[in-house]
Every structure is written in C-alpha cells, then in structure tokens.
Design a protein around this ligand. Structure first.
Ligand code: MN
Length: 239
C-alpha cells in the first residue's frame, strides 16, 4: 500500500512536471547543457594495461557521442535539460516517452563514463581503510571481490558494465547491467564500475574480455574510490 501511494505521488508529480507549459524558456543550445568532462589524466596513464589509443577513442569519441546525443535529445525538452544528470537517471521512467530510450542510453552512458575515468588512472594494488573493511565485510575479501566482479563482467552478455554499488550505510554489492544502464536508475549509488563494451578493450585485447578484466585492476585508483566511499556515506556521492 505504501508503495502504491508513493508511486501515485510520483506519477502525480511527474504529470505536473510535464504538464507545465514551456513558454518563455530559450531553446537549449546544441552544445549543452551537458558537457564532456576532460580525462583526469593523460591518455597513456593506464599503459600498458589500457592503451592510450583506446583511452583517446573511448573518451573523445564514444563518451563525447553520448554527451552530444543527450544534448540533442533534451533540446526540445527544456525541463529535462534543466535537470541534474543523476536526477534524470533516478527518474528515467518518467522521461517523455518519445525520448525516453534515447535518454536512458545516452544519459546512462554519460554517467557511467564520467564515473569510469575517475576510478582509473591509479596504480592498482589493494584497497585500505574503510573500503577494505567494507570489502571484507560485504564481499568476502579483496580476492573474492575481484573474482566475483570479473565474473559479473564476463557473464554480461553483449555490452554492459560490472558495478560495485554502495548504500548510505556503506554496504557494498556487485552487479552487472546491460547497455548503458546504471544502478543510479534504481536509486542506488556506484562505488566503481568497469566498462565491458568491446570498445573499451578490443584494440588491445580483441575478444579476450577476461584478460581485460584481469588487467583492469592494475589501473584502479583506490584513493579516488576511498573518496567516493566517504561521499556515499555522507550522502553526497552524485554520479
Ligand atoms: Mn564505454
């Protein structure tokens, strides 16, 4: 009953949101409102595990395309264009039907890659502190996390992602999602994730996704993940 009531309230709020006339709002510029964040390190920072050419194409073309597509999709939907990316994803099922699938794919792609660049560029190794404690408590330790996470990535048929999610109590979970879906669409928060689309590894690893998944741990940035974990517990982790 509580769920039905809440759903009714959400639907009512959504109806109000999209019933509002859109007069007096300038059309969104084709280059905005969403922007491609720069890679936080040089493209070769993840060599030899992830090659510079893959990083450049992945960021400058694939991620850029998601951002460009998203801007195009919201161009005639100014109320969506004014929303935060994380709010769009949390309300993905309330997006205007004509652009909902496109927004799902491209807002998801924008969020997933924004997170992805942040959690790479490191030296791998093992986590420490609160993150290590949570991994031991919730995921059976670092070795088991790597095995289970790699299995989640390997068994994601076709394109998609493996994620570790974190709730506000700091509890971790491993899951995978197809395409550019993200746990943010289910109101969850992503501690980190790995892209298992072929464009993430094909130049260097071809069809050997398992080798890519194993090598990826060498570039994980545990300092950044530790900051994301603290932000999740503070309720400030956004993307
Ligand atoms: Mn990708």
């Amino acid at each position: 009953m509580a769920t039905l009531t809440r759903r009714h309230a959400i639907l009512a709020a959504t109806a109000t949101l999209f019933a509002r006339p859109v007069f007096a709002q300038a059309p969104a510029a084709p280059t905005g409102p969403f922007t491609l964040p720069p890679l936080p390190y040089a493209p070769e920072a993840n060599e030899p595990h992830i090659d510079a050419q893959t990083m450049t194409i992945h960021h400058d073309r694939h991620h850029a395309a998601y951002v460009g597509n998203l801007n195009g999709l919201v161009k005639d939907h100014s109320q969506v264009a004014a929303m935060k990316l994380s709010d769009i994803l949390a309300k993905i099922n309330e997006m205007p039907e004509a652009v909902r699938t496109g927004i799902r794919n491209n807002a998801g792609g924008h969020a997933n890659h924004t997170m992805f660049w942040q959690v790479m560029g490191g030296k791998g190794g093992a986590p420490s502190g609160a993150v290590a404690d949570a991994i031991t408590r919730d995921l059976g330790g670092f070795d088991k996390l790597k095995a289970d996470f790699n299995r989640a990535g390997l068994t994601q048929f076709g394109s998609g992602w493996a994620f570790v999610t974190v709730d506000k109590a700091g509890k971790l979970a491993i899951l995978n999602r197809p395409n550019q879906d993200t746990p943010l669409m289910a109101g969850e928060r992503v501690l980190f994730g790995n892209d298992v689309w072929e464009h993430a590894y094909y130049l260097k690893y071809q069809n050997r996704r398992a080798d890519y998944l194993a090598a990826w741990w060498n570039v994980v940035n545990w300092d950044e993940i530790t900051k994301r974990y603290a932000a999740a517990m503070a309720g400030t982790l956004d993307i």
